[in-house]
Design a protein around this ligand. Structure first.
Ligand code: G
Ligand code: G
Ligand code: MN
Ligand code: NA
Length: 262
């Protein structure tokens, strides 16, 4: 495949870029984290979005080196945010900014994955609690011993584990009991219907309550309207992400936002 060959050279040349989308406290509007989202600036194709190459990279295994680059780059970025903001945030009683990194199933199952995380932490010296791995339910579906052991190791290091696209899989709730999950991200499809569907509202409220009882933080994804934010804040959902707050932005813009808001 032509794109696979281009991916190979892009990986070798670290030709990717990370964009960062803010995650905010829904009551105060405070910035608490960013989700890192990979982009591929391409000579002829322009800015290639992950939907066009992540699946390909998963099939070919190229996601393993690409994912390692993403983790390392995101850890460097969070180190830069801390350097720019820590003192001011600490003085204001706010915890250090976190970065959420997407990890695909194939990447997580690779035998070297935990070491990749360890290396990214060691290379940057960041507090492991400021790194969150976003896993989809496809990772958790395969309940083998290795996955349980790796989760325990990562969580023991202090790294946060989030379930991405929560609610779109088959047995979402049981994962909360079975794995050391610190965060869950309620899929946009549930947030879309909040204002006009009592069923969707009840579902999101129920998930938020259960998560809270289990000590799991909730992020509502894909918030586009102020009324969605208000409903979520009123039901006690702590965190949100979406175009209402900000689109994904490049590293200089994210750093400027960190400096402005801390
Ligand atoms: O960036 P965008 O908002 O278009 O993201 C589209 C999809 O690509 C999302 O499902 C997101 O989880 C995935 N994605 C973005 N960046 C990464 C990455 O670094 N690694 C993996 N595995 N998936 C990513
Ligand atoms: O699957 P994952 O949650 O990792 O992917 C995040 C994706 O959602 C990215 O493609 C990001 O650009 C997109 N996104 C983030 N906020 C919004 C939003 O408010 N509306 C829509 N339509 N997409 C969003
Ligand atoms: Mn995600
Ligand atoms: Na998601």
């Amino acid at each position: 495949h032509e794109l696979n060959e281009h991916l190979d050279s892009a990986i070798a040349e670290s030709a990717f870029q990370l964009y960062y989308q803010p995650i905010v406290d829904l009551r105060s509007g405070d910035l608490v984290a960013f989700e890192a989202l990979v982009r591929w600036p391409h000579d002829r194709r322009g800015m290639v979005l992950p939907d066009e190459f992540i699946a390909l990279a998963e099939e070919s295994g190229q996601i393993v080196p690409l994912g390692a680059w993403v983790l390392e780059r995101a850890a460097q970025e969070v180190a830069a945010w801390h350097a720019a903001s820590s003192a001011a945030r600490t003085a204001a009683g706010r915890p250090p900014l976190r970065v959420n990194v997407n990890v695909s199933a194939r990447q997580f199952r690779d035998a070297g994955f935990v070491d990749v995380v360890r290396r990214a932490l060691a290379a940057t010296g960041i507090d492991p609690h400021t790194l969150v791995l976003e896993l989809t339910e496809s990772v958790l579906m395969r309940r083998d011993d290795r996955i349980h052991a790796d989760m325990a190791t990562l969580s023991g290091l202090g790294v946060g584990i989030a379930i991405d696209d929560f609610g779109t899989g088959y047995s979402s709730l049981s994962y909360l009991r079975e794995f050391p999950i610190s965060l869950l991200k309620i899929d946009k499809s549930f947030i879309d219907g909040l204002g006009h569907s009592p069923q969707q509202y009840a579902l999101v409220e129920g998930i938020t309550r259960i998560a809270d009882t289990l000590g799991v933080q909730v992020i509502a994804e894909g918030i586009e309207h102020p009324d969605q934010r208000d409903l979520l804040a009123a039901m006690g959902c702590p965190l949100g992400q979406g175009y209402l707050f900000a689109h994904p932005m490049d590293s200089p813009d994210a750093r400027a936002l960190v400096r402005r808001t801390s």
